[in-house]
Design a protein around this ligand. Structure first.
Ligand SMILES: [Fe+2]
Length: 365
């Protein structure tokens, strides 16, 4: 399997990973052969790339820290919360509490799995999926920092709602392809204060959770907004959330630009340690997030190309990689698996953008 940009997908290709709508509905299941009519529909809802089956590499199931049900439910709760705030300014704290409890339960259940943003799921709604990812990443950091369960719960709710203020920003500005004008950027910045003002009117939500909406764009060195606070002037929850928020925004494919590969996005976070991000928190982030997520195509230092099939906690940069064999006898698998945590002579140079490469590039055809 490999990810291919939508314009390069042809009818007859097999979908290797399911595609979900923003309400969690399954649009196309894995294993379905694509038709021209499906491709037109996917284009119309803004899906920019798909994971298609490629039998030479076999298939892998990218691990998600969340069960499909928890992820779907969490996206629905964020959508409903935003709708309720828009209509009445009120929010259902019980639903939120329940969802965040499920997210924390799932993460504890999968303690041997590190965060694998493999970009293998296609969703048609950025904000909802992003909110869930930021909540998961923040909770992972909270666990590494030994937060008790009740504190993780407050952090998870705050992170899930960090962008609710976007309901007050003009959609045409939010979805604008390209760079904002000075005026547009001022409008976008307002989502922090507006989100905070809305949440503060809901007395069921703790002050700690509410502050995340206000401060998640503040930066450790004082270069953020809305108040250019720095270091410990910024609430700890917001310092944590800022890292996951930035990382997930960097790697996401948007309609107007392709996301950064996860290894480059992680390097940007690492470089920002001590300037934009809290240097006491960044090391925990690097421990919890796979640099080469499962499903990534990677270039090895011996010139071969492989696909990451397993990432171990404790060795995030040295995963198990599936590499195509030079010569294949009949009835044999076309690939071999190399465990980079055991083979010190081999290493990954970088993630390869499989969407930009033809089969010929990949397989020397
Ligand atoms: Fe934001």
């Amino acid at each position: 399997m490999r990810r291919v940009r939508l314009e390069q997908v042809k009818a007859g290709m097999i979908v290797a990973q399911p595609i979900y709508a923003s309400d969690g509905r399954l649009l196309i299941a894995a294993g379905v052969a694509l038709k021209d009519s499906y491709l037109k529909r996917l284009e119309s809802i803004g899906i920019s790339s798909l994971v298609i089956a490629d039998p030479r590499f076999g298939s892998v199931e990218p691990p998600d820290l969340l069960s499909k049900n928890t992820r779907k439910q969490a996206m629905q709760v964020v959508a409903k919360s935003m709708e309720n705030l828009r209509i009445s300014g009120r929010i259902d704290i019980q639903e939120l509490t329940h969802t965040v409890k499920d997210i924390i339960d799932d993460i504890f259940l999968n303690r041997d799995v590190i965060y694998n943003f493999s970009n293998l799921f296609s969703y048609d709604d950025y904000t909802l999926n992003h909110s869930v990812n930021v909540s998961v990443l923040s909770i992972l950091l909270g666990i590494s920092m030994d937060y008790p369960r009740a504190v993780l719960q407050e952090l998870g709710i705050g992170a899930l709602l960090h962008d609710v203020g976007k309901i007050y920003v003009d959609k045409s500005i939010l979805n604008k392809p390209g760079i904002f004008t000075a005026f547009e950027f001022e409008e976008v910045k307002k989502h922090t204060i507006k989100g905070y003002e809305t949440l503060i009117n809901n007395s069921d939500i703790s002050m700690e959770s509410t502050i995340v909406a206000l401060q998640h764009h503040e930066r450790f060195n004082g270069s953020g907004y809305p108040f250019a606070y720095k270091e410990d002037e910024i609430d700890e929850f917001a310092r944590l959330t800022a890292i996951g928020d930035t990382y997930d925004a960097l790697i996401a494919d948007r309609i107007y630009r392709k996301g950064y590969p996860p290894d480059e996005a992680l390097d940007i976070i690492k470089k920002g340690s001590g300037s934009e991000f809290d240097p006491r928190v960044v090391p925990f982030f690097l421990m919890n997030v796979a640099k080469y997520p499962v499903g990534s195509l990677v270039a090895l230092n011996n010139g071969r190309i492989g696909m990451v099939v397993k990432v171990k906690r404790g060795a995030p940069e040295r995963p198990l990689v599936r590499v195509l064999k030079d010569q294949i006898k009949e009835g044999e698998l076309s690939y071999e698996e190399i465990d980079l945590s055991e083979d010190g002579s081999l290493s990954i140079v970088k993630i390869i953008d499989g969407t930009q490469m033809s089969s010929a590039d990949l397989f020397n055809e």
